[in-house]
Design a protein around this ligand. Structure first.
Ligand code: MN
Ligand code: MN
Length: 462
């Protein structure tokens, strides 16, 4: 009797990613991920990421683009905005009227920003008031070593980079937590009520200045900041300083198949999009890697995906070829590279197992995101999904079709909707993540590499 092969031919391939690797591919993945981990350690804010991305781009032959200057096929360009958003492009053989091939990802991650007047003294301690940025579970930020990163702009026009806590010999900051012995009342509250955003005040000093008078600890801290950075308290108003988790990216698991770090959302996709544009030689279409800021707070703002910065860049390229921006957009294809939730056995109840992304099975592709009946989703067309599928399969990319959680369980959005509104064909695609938005998120190395391959596949469209 002949073997029944109908399951192989009729069912979707549900094979584990590891069983599909070819000989030697794991070594390629490890090498790729070593670069990614270094990027994570340097890039804890969008500014850090832009600086590192530009540094790497220049070493790959990219040069800063001046709007209005002529470009030709093969040119490698980049442009930045406020040092917080950036676009990288390789000019293709085809005219821009045929559209661009793009991967957009965001480089901002949830964190604790300092308030405009952050520094105060209470109970013999100097503290910094914060205002959280993005969707955080507040309790996760207590009892955790934190770095202070950002910039301070002075009234005299100077811009000072601040980084405290990155070096292992640096001091760190911390938000203290309540001891369980005295937490009886706190433990009765809901998590939302027990941890207030207003109470996320970080400890920055405890040793008073020798001078007499009020606020001696605050004075001592301000004197140290002044000594190191030349700043005074009034300079905080023109600063962007934030607290991010201290420490480096680490391998997770005895098999070292996963990476634990701050900011996989969405630097796993941003790094993939960036590395892939370095490696896309002589593309047919003009390829663009866009690294957006502000996604975690709705993509608004000068450096977010909704900003005219993106349009200005593409329009300027179009004008050189006498092409209308609208026509270029209408023929473009974009991957919205953003992470998704990995099916977590500890919290399996929030996911539909048939439609949940599994770590180690490749990138998740998402026809739609949104919540409550797809509200807020760009909801890609079947035709667009078909095109993506063909591109990914043609390049040996492991992928899985998924949704973010059960129906009505919650949801989320990405930059996809803000590309679709411009008439750009777009699909969400990203790396599955455990503990998304936590100070220490987990991803599979295999999936990170597959996001790089997926980006390469889009850039390589003929
Ligand atoms: Mn994201
Ligand atoms: Mn996010």
């Amino acid at each position: 009797m002949e073997k029944d092969t109908r399951r192989e031919t009729l069912f979707a391939n549900g094979k584990n990613g590891y069983d599909r690797l070819y000989d030697g591919q794991w070594d390629i993945i490890e090498t790729y991920c070593a670069g990614y981990k270094a990027f994570l350690d340097d890039g804890k804010t969008e500014r850090d990421c832009v600086a590192e991305a530009v540094f790497q781009a220049e070493s790959h032959g990219f040069r800063e683009y001046r709007p209005g200057t002529a470009v030709k096929a093969g040119d490698k360009l980049y442009i930045t905005r406020m040092g917080k958003a950036a676009a990288f492009a390789v000019i293709g053989e085809r005219p821009l009227s045929d559209g661009i091939r793009m991967v957009a990802a965001h480089i901002d991650s949830p964190r604790l920003d300092l308030k405009p007047n952050p520094l105060y003294e209470d109970g013999g301690l100097a503290l910094l008031k914060t205002h959280y940025y993005g969707g955080v579970k507040k309790y996760q930020w207590l009892s955790l070593p934190l770095e202070l990163r950002g910039v301070v702009c002075t009234a005299s026009g100077g811009k000072i980079s601040v980084s405290i806590g990155a070096d292992e010999n640096d001091p760190v900051l911390v938000i203290t937590d309540l001891l369980p012995h005295l937490a009886a009342e706190q433990m009765k509250k809901s998590v939302t009520d027990a941890f207030k955003g207003e109470d996320l005040n970080a400890l920055i000093g405890s040793r008073p200045d020798e001078a007499e008078g009020a606020d001696r600890v605050k004075l001592a801290v301000m004197a140290l900041l002044n000594e190191k950075y030349g700043i005074t308290e009034s300079d905080f108003v023109s600063s962007e300083l934030c607290l991010v988790p201290a420490g480096c990216a680490r391998d997770v698991g005895l098999d070292r198949a996963m990476i634990g770090a701050y900011g996989h959302d969405d630097r796993s996709c941003a790094y993939a999009a960036l590395r892939a544009i370095f490696d896309c030689a002589a593309p047919a279409y003009t390829t663009v890697c866009f690294l957006a800021d502000k996604e975690e707070i709705g993509s608004d703002g000068l450096t977010g995906m909704k900003s005219g910065f993106f349009d200005m860049f593409i329009e300027s390229l179009c004008q050189g070829g006498g092409v209308s921006l609208r026509q270029c957009y209408a023929n473009s294809f974009c991957l919205s590279g953003d992470v998704c939730n990995a099916l977590d056995p500890n919290f399996a109840g929030v996911s539909d197992k048939l439609n949940a992304a599994r770590a180690g099975n490749g990138v998740g592709i998402f026809k739609y995101t949104g919540s409550r009946g797809k509200y807020g989703a760009s909801d890609a067309s079947a035709e667009t999904m078909g095109k993506l599928r063909a591109l990914l399969d043609g390049s040996g990319v492991f992928w899985q079709a998924a949704e973010l959680g059960k129906v009505d369980e919650g949801g989320g959005g990405t930059v996809a909707a803000y590309l679709a509104v411009r008439d750009i064909e777009v699909v969400d695609c990203g790396v599955p993540v455990f503990s998304m938005h936590a100070p220490f998120e987990i991803v599979s190395k295999l999936d990170c590499y597959m996001m790089y391959k997926a980006s390469l596949a889009v850039y390589g469209d003929r």
